[in-house]
Design a protein around this ligand. Structure first.
Ligand code: SPV
Ligand code: MG
Length: 556
């Protein structure tokens, strides 16, 4: 909606970028019977456009009713103008405004028309009755305006339009007031001669006879618009056959909504519950869709500051952690609680505290159990047969810009991440130099031992970058340059591109499925894009088994 025009459905000969007024004009003047659907606010306008209507009737009756007042000019013209503005903003189709009697004399019509043009309203319909108006279906014999005075209003309106295609429709109430066909035709001709772009001939009979008679006498010198509210039983084909220009379905949106709202309110009141209703009404998501929340999300991405360009987080949490036994029967280990909170909650809080608010979690095992709020979830449904590199590949779409990658089963002191975020290098791994102090590692722990270009010795000075050289196969192959990657990596935009390219290469050569992330980083080192190493000295842990869990409690 909004700017989503459907050119195919437009009246032939109207260019796609024509103004709304030009499109309303084409709809009235075109060879096909046109239809205008009543709308009374932004939402009903959107719904009418969604249904396929090419123009809207901003009904005075309906707009008044929606405001809870009578169709007797109780809402001021500027209040109506405000409603119209919402309607016009909400849609891309033209609006014909029900201008009642013009809110006063010729001078009021001048101002009304000028304002409508300013607000992008395509046309107005004014009727030859007296201010304050009375709805045509109330009583009999409503007084008509003096014909010449009304012609002056039409002239004044036409002289005031700033859009050359603005449509002024003159509504003839002679049949409503019981003056008969001749008076109706006399007035219709006079109004056309005064400059009206179309005439609306209104009737409150239950048959279309007087409308058909009018059409048979009409000389076709301008389009005729009708409102078959009371003679709704007449097949639409008959209106086509007699050359009607457009039909207004004048109040059906508000009437439909009254019935629906009344039934819903009564049921909720009587049942003291919404259970019975829920399946039959629009969803909240439907509301979001109608009002275009997706567009707002896109705009936020474009215009809102991105936390000072804070990195985005990717947490890999697809594995079960079977060494934790029954604790991970119904949840993966990232959701195992440590002192009353899931590990993942603690981890994401650490990320948040370091300014990383936009965090995606790659889930796999028991993914339904990973349901913490305010996180984006990505699923690795092949988690049983794949490793961490494959999980990261599931988040390929998120690998752009500054990024922090973390395993979902780690805890660390905040300064580690803060310091890592300060480092240089396109890919930087936090590596524990004191890895040998981590004793009692079980078989299941799968440590990421890595060999670095320089060791972290007592004399270590951070000058030249330390680079990752290789993955160390097992502890017996370790030397003094060995450290343990703690499961956190920081990437710049370029680093993210390098990682992405390597993941793609691994996918191509078949090694992606089972690889862990240390292997991915070692491959980058081999291909001349060695990740930098940022040494830390303890102050972190990962959780693989019950011992780790006990350590985690102490850690906190
Ligand atoms: C309206 O919809 O407000 C109209 C049409 O003016 S009718 O109610 O039929 O008069
Ligand atoms: Mg009206």
């Amino acid at each position: 909606m909004g700017t989503n025009l459907t050119p195919g459905s437009r009246q032939a000969g109207t260019p796609e970028n024509a103004s709304k007024a030009a499109r309303l004009r084409a709809l009235l003047e075109g060879p096909e019977l046109g239809f205008l659907m009543e709308a009374h606010d932004g939402l009903s306008s959107k719904i009418a456009e969604e249904a396929g209507f090419e123009a809207l009737w901003a009904s005075g009756l309906s707009m008044s009713a929606a405001l809870g007042v009578r169709d007797s000019n109780e809402a001021s013209w500027t209040q109506v103008l405000e409603v119209l503005e919402f309607m016009a903003d909400a849609t891309s189709i033209p609006i014909l405004m029900d201008g009642d009697t013009g809110y006063g004399n010729f001078n009021n019509v001048r101002r009304l028309v000028a304002k409508l043009c300013q607000r992008g309203i395509a046309g107005a319909c004014i009727e030859d009755k007296l201010f304050p108006k009375t709805n045509s279906f109330i009583g009999d014999g409503q007084p008509l305006a003096d014909m010449d005075e009304f012609c002056g209003k039409i002239k004044a309106g036409k002289d005031s339009q700033t859009d050359p295609d603005f449509v002024l429709v003159a509504r003839v109430e002679a049949l409503i007031s019981g003056w008969g066909l001749d008076e109706a035709l006399r007035r219709a001709h006079a109004y056309r001669d005064a400059g009206a772009d179309a005439v609306l001939i209104h009737s409150k009979q239950s048959s279309a006879n007087e409308i058909i008679s009018f059409m048979q006498e009409w000389d076709d010198s301008c389009p005729v618009v009708i409102v078959p509210t009371t003679y709704y039983g007449t097949p639409t084909g008959q209106f086509r056959a007699v050359g009607v220009g457009a039909v207004i379905w004048a109040n059906h949106s508000i009437r439909a909504s009254i019935s629906a709202m009344r039934a819903a309110a009564k049921r909720i009141h009587d049942e003291e519950s919404v259970i019975g209703l829920e399946d039959g009404i629009a969803t909240v998501k439907d509301i979001f869709k109608l009002v275009g929340n997706d567009e707002l999300k896109d705009a936020e991405d474009r215009y809102l500051p991105t936390d000072g360009d804070a990195p985005r987080g990717i947490v890999l949490a697809a594995t079960r952690g079977s060494a934790l036994g029954p604790l991970t029967e119904d949840r993966p280990k990232c959701m195992v609680e440590v002192q009353g909170q899931p590990l993942l909650r603690r981890l994401t809080r650490s990320l948040h505290q370091s300014g990383i608010r936009d965090v995606a979690v790659v889930r796999g095992y028991a993914k339904e159990a990973v349901d913490l709020p305010n996180l984006t979830y990505i699923d690795n449904d092949a988690y049983e047969a794949t490793g961490e590199a494959a999980s990261l590949a599931c988040a390929l779409g998120r690998l752009s810009g500054d990024t922090v990658i973390a395993y979902g089963d780690i805890l660390f002191r905040r300064y580690i991440l803060d310091a890592l975020l300060e480092t240089h290098g396109d890919i930087v791994l936090a590596v524990d130099a004191l890895w040998r102090k981590r004793t009692d590692r079980s078989e299941s722990s799968g440590r990421d031992l890595v060999q670095c270009s320089r060791a972290f010795l007592p004399s270590f000075i951070e000058d030249d970058p330390v680079l990752l050289e290789a993955v160390v196969a097992d502890e017996t192959a370790a030397n003094e340059q060995t450290g343990e990657w703690i499961g956190i990596a920081r990437l710049t935009a370029k680093g993210a591109e390098l990682v992405k390219a390597e993941l793609e290469a691994m996918s191509a050569d078949g090694s992606l499925e089972t690889a862990d992330l240390a292997t991915l980083f070692a491959r980058l080192a081999e291909s001349g894009n060695a990740p930098h190493v940022h040494y830390v000295a303890g102050h972190w842990l990962d959780v693989n088994d019950a011992f780790d869990l006990a350590r985690a409690r102490d850690f906190l």
